[in-house]
Design a protein around this ligand. Structure first.
Ligand code: B12
Length: 231
């Protein structure tokens, strides 16, 4: 059954079995599943399973590492499978993206980067544990239209505040849109900070970036929220 296959992929990712999860993901795609559905309905759910187990004290850091590695392997396969049509979208603008200082989680950011890239954005991915000043320098160097900062750690949220202030103090906040996202980054946090945008997930982020580029001005203080899960 379709749901069983997605459930099994989620379990394998949660168990950190990269070999079997990649095998099953390839099989699902060969059977006609859309690669992005396999990602969201299968593999990404595995991250929730292991995250919850970790929360409950039923899983520990080594298990998190293995699941993270399995998810990374699966994400790679899924993005290789996206068809040429999806990859050949028109050029939309340049996004400089990175994980906030102190944070080494990169699976979500990598999905956002990959999805923006297949939707026609030029993506400059700065990686993990990125200093605020590096966002600033790279944004200038690449003439970014959008700067995206991601974090999954509550302890790294202050770096988003630092960045917002730094961009405003140096005046570059009028040169590019500043968007934020990741687990602990709530809409309230984003709105109070007055960043240009926030989105729930990678799909929403594509919409967010397109809408900003089409209809907004950077540094207005108004936060555009794109949340496909909002009721
Ligand atoms: C895998 C994982 C790890 C792996 C990461 C591997 C890797 N390469 O990324 C490893 C083992 C390294 C790890 C380490 C740690 N982890 Co960890 N980890 C996770 C886990 C299970 C999954 C994260 C994930 O990949 N989710 C799946 C992706 C697809 O979702 P996402 O990142 O949220 O991204 C989506 C959206 O948020 C959005 N988005 C993301 N970025 C952006 C950016 C922009 C601009 C926009 C618009 C949108 C957007 O789009 C994405 C795609 O749809 C989570 C639990 C969970 N369920 O989230 C804990 C979790 C994030 N980890 C946690 C913790 C505490 C840690 C450690 C501190 C543990 C420790 N004691 O050492 C360390 C931190 C190390 C560090 N300095 O960063 C906590 C964080 C709590 C908090 N709020 O602060 C969590 C929530 C677990 C828990 N329940 O306690 N972890």
């Amino acid at each position: 059954m379709a749901d069983d296959l997605m459930k099994r992929i989620a379990e394998l990712v949660a168990e950190g079995d990269d070999v079997e999860s990649v095998k099953l993901v390839k099989q699902a795609i060969a059977d006609g599943y859309k690669p992005m559905d396999v990602l969201t309905e299968g593999a990404a759910k595995g991250m929730d399973i292991i995250g919850e187990a970790y929360d409950q004290g039923e899983a520990y850091l080594p298990e998190l590492v293995l699941s993270g590695d399995a998810m990374t392997a699966v994400v790679e396969v899924i993005f290789e499978e996206l068809n040429e049509e999806e990859k050949a979208a028109n050029k939309q603008g340049t996004v400089v993206i990175g994980q906030a200082k102190g944070d080494v989680h990169d699976i979500g950011k990598n999905i956002v980067s990959a999805l923006l890239a297949v939707n026609g954005f030029t993506v400059v991915d700065l990686g993990i544990d990125v200093e605020v000043k590096t966002f600033y320098e790279k944004a200038k160097e690449h003439k970014a239209d959008i700067v995206g900062m991601s974090t999954l750690l509550t302890t790294s949220l202050p770096y988003m505040e630092d960045a917002k202030r730094y961009f405003a103090d140096t005046g570059v906040d009028k040169n590019f849109f500043f968007i934020v996202g990741g687990g602990p980054v709530t809409t309230e946090f984003a709105t109070e900070l007055g960043v240009d945008g926030w989105s729930r997930n990678a799909f929403d982020c594509v919409e967010l970036c397109k809408e900003l580029m089409a209809n907004r001005k950077p540094g207005s203080g108004e936060t555009l929220i794109v949340d496909s899960e909002a009721k």
